[in-house]
Design a binder for this molecule. Structure first.
Ligand SMILES: N[C@@H](CCC(=O)N[C@@H](CS)C(=O)NCC(=O)O)C(=O)O
Length: 105
C-alpha cells in the first residue's frame, strides 16, 4: 500500500485552530501512525508542494487523479482503491489490521 503525505510524517508542534490541526494532530502523521499501529508498513510518498497551489509535483498530480483533490494524506490500497482524509484512513486501519498484527511470537 502507498500513503501519500505532504512533506513527511513528523509531528507538528504548533497549534492551529481548525479541527484537523490540533497540536500533535498532523493529519499525515495521524494516518501513518494508525497504519503502523495496525501492523501495516505503507510505502510513504512525499508529494511536497501545497494543496492551495498548482500541482507541480508528480505526487500531487497523482493524488488529484486518484481523488479529484490534491489534499493529502491519501492511502492507496493494493487493489488501487484510494482512501482520502486522515479520519477515513485511521478508521480503515482500525477495521483492517495486518494479518498477524497484535499477535505475540
Ligand atoms: N481533513 C483533512 C485535512 C488534511 C490536511 O490538513 N492536510 C495537511 C497536510 S498533512 C495540509 O496542509 N494539507 C494541505 C496540503 O496538502 O498542502 C485530513 O484530516 O486528512
Amino acid at each position: 500500500m502507498k500513503l501519500y503525505v505532504c512533506w513527511g510524517t513528523f509531528p507538528v508542534p504548533w497549534p492551529r485552530t481548525s479541527s484537523s490541526w490540533r497540536p500533535g494532530a498532523h493529519p499525515c502523521k495521524k494516518a501513518y501512525d494508525a497504519l503502523k499501529r495496525a501492523g501495516h508498513c505503507p510505502e510513504v510518498v512525499k508529494v511536497y508542494g501545497f494543496a492551495q497551489l498548482p500541482d507541480v509535483t508528480s505526487g500531487r498530480q497523482e493524488v488529484k487523479r486518484l481523488t479529484g483533490e490534491s489534499l493529502v494524506p491519501v492511502l492507496v490500497l493494493e487493489d488501487g482503491e484510494a482512501i482520502k482524509d486522515s479520519e477515513n484512513i485511521v478508521a480503515w486501519a482500525r477495521d483492517n489490521p495486518a494479518v498477524g498484527a497484535g499477535q505475540m511470537g
